[in-house]
Design a protein around this ligand. Structure first.
Ligand SMILES: Nc1ncnc2c1ncn2[C@@H]1O[C@H](COP(=O)(O)OP(=O)(O)OP(=O)(O)O)[C@@H](O)[C@H]1O
Ligand SMILES: [Mg+2]
Length: 311
């Protein structure tokens, strides 16, 4: 069952000549209990799209449909804020350094739910246990916690209002490999218990492969390929996805595939060429790509690619 649908979302920052089109027409769906990985190089618009989905940024145009309802322009309403939460990249800067863990967890629940007193206390204890922290952590302040513990508190805060969707923006990139794996296992466990959906934003493709059911690849503000995770990793179809994945060390010892080095630089989002925005870096470019922009088309089961060469 579809929980979230983005319909032709655009987000442009700034005014007049200094505008940056950060998200340029994104269509996306997320099912209940599903994890969608969102990958792509720095600046391609992942965080912007995440912020639009949780209502921290209003889209310039397009619709966000949540649980069958058009919620565009209503994202700040408490009912919606309760159901959609975000975990930010750096827990150090997203948690108030003056607050004890109990205060950090209490705040969203008081604002967004009718829980009070005893029920609230129970919810705090239950949530702390769910993220693998004992209740003795309630009295700690952020500076008394490790990076992994801070991220667990940030996840606990997001869970306090029993959301249906959590946007996780690079939730493990500031952590060591071993702690990263534990947080991924924790997120999967929570998903199984609570049927929560995740939009998992990350640079780290091996982590995405471990957690995501499907993966969307973004390039310059558009999703250029979306597919079930293993199909994407085994057979990337968009030339940009191929290059992105070729940089990940293979888990297959017989794999001799070479890293694809893309030519040129990513164009500035403020000076995009006419036609396909990947044209100047693409080995498969042909005349049509320089005059017409491709759109996402179905190329296989649960798979869509935005490239004339593979459609
Ligand atoms: N508040 C803002 N004002 C103006 N431009 C912005 C703002 N936030 C982001 N941008 C621009 O929008 C584009 C997309 O940025 P965004 O932060 O969404 O990318 P990202 O994919 O999350 O990158 P990263 O992987 O580095 O986190 C970039 O060109 C960025 O410079
Ligand atoms: Mg970002």
């Amino acid at each position: 069952m579809t929980l979230l649908e983005c319909r032709n979302i655009h987000k442009t920052y700034g005014h007049g000549v200094a505008t940056v089109p950060a998200v340029r027409g994104v269509d996306m769906q997320l099912e209940r209990g599903e994890t969608l990985g969102l990958v792509g190089e720095s600046g391609c618009g992942k965080t912007t799209l995440g912020r639009v989905i949780v209502g921290l940024n209003a889209p310039t145009s397009g619709k966000v449909v949540f649980d069958g309802e058009d919620v565009s322009g209503r994202l700040h309403e408490p009912e919606f804020r309760r159901r959609v939460q975000m975990v930010f990249q750096h827990p150090q800067s997203s948690l108030n350094p003056k607050f004890r863990v109990s205060t950090t967890l209490r705040e969203p629940a008081i604002l967004l739910t009718s829980m009070r007193n005893e029920e609230l206390g129970q919810q705090i204890e239950q949530t702390l246990r769910l993220v693998g922290l004992g209740i003795e952590y309630q009295t700690r302040k952020p500076k008394q916690l490790s990076g992994g513990q801070l991220q667990r508190v940030a996840i606990a805060r997001a869970l306090m209002s029993s959301p249906d969707l959590i946007v996780l923006d690079e939730p493990t990139s500031s952590l060591d490999q071993s702690i990263r794996s534990r947080i991924i296992a924790l997120l999967k466990d929570i998903q199984e218990r609570r049927q929560v959906s995740y939009l998992f934003i990350s640079h780290d493709l091996s982590t995405v492969r471990k957690i995501a059911h499907r993966v969307a690849v973004m390039y310059l503000g558009r999703i250029v390929e979306v597919s079930e995770t293993e199909a994407l990793f085994n057979d990337p179809q968009h030339p940009y996805t191929q290059a992105l994945l070729s940089a990940v060390p293979s888990i297959d010892p017989d794999d001799r595939s070479e890293r694809i080095i893309l030519r040129g630089e990513t164009p500035s989002p403020t000076a995009l060429p006419v036609g396909c925005s990947f044209q100047d870096r693409c080995e498969l470019v042909h005349a049509r790509c320089r005059v017409e922009a491709p759109l996402l088309q179905e190329t296989g089961p649960a798979r869509h690619v935005e490239c004339f060469a593979v459609q």
